[in-house]
Design a binder for this molecule. Structure first.
Ligand SMILES: Cc1cc2nc3c(=O)[nH]c(=O)nc-3n(C[C@H](O)[C@H](O)[C@H](O)COP(=O)(O)O)c2cc1C
Length: 107
């Protein structure tokens, strides 16, 4: 799996059903389960709709799985309502930058 080539990665997902990961993410998760992710630096972002009971529930689920596999969650997840606004796009850039900064400290 390509993820093995990287020191760190950011994963993003929208939320489906009742706060769930979308079906197209599930095969990817199965493959991730086979990897050794202990100590790997990650963070998670995603979109959702706050009228649902579990806003961006898939983001929380994914983060919990990564934590369970021993990955290091580098920063609080970024949750965006629908498509990102101009301000949120800036937050997305900062999200990436913080990840790189964190990686430079870890290495
Ligand atoms: C059937 C359905 C179920 C959804 N369930 C949730 C949910 O449980 N929690 C949530 O935050 N968003 C939920 N959403 C909203 C989507 O995550 C949201 O539309 C998407 O993240 C934003 O992308 P879009 O602007 O392309 O729609 C759901 C949307 C649909 C259509």
């Amino acid at each position: 799996m390509l993820l093995k080539k990287y020191d760190a990665f950011i994963l993003g997902t929208y939320t489906w059903g009742d706060g769930e990961l979308p079906d197209e993410f599930l095969d990817f998760l199965d493959e991730m389960e086979e990897l050794e992710l202990k100590g790997v630096v990650t963070s998670v972002f995603g979109s959702g709709d706050s009228t649902y009971r579990l806003f961006c529930g898939a983001v929380d689920e994914l983060e919990a799985k990564l934590q369970g596999w021993g990955a290091v969650i580098a920063q609080e997840s970024l949750k965006v309502e629908f498509g990102p606004t101009k301000e949120e796009k800036q937050l997305c850039r900062e999200f990436g930058e913080k990840m790189v900064a964190r990686l430079n400290v870890v290495k």
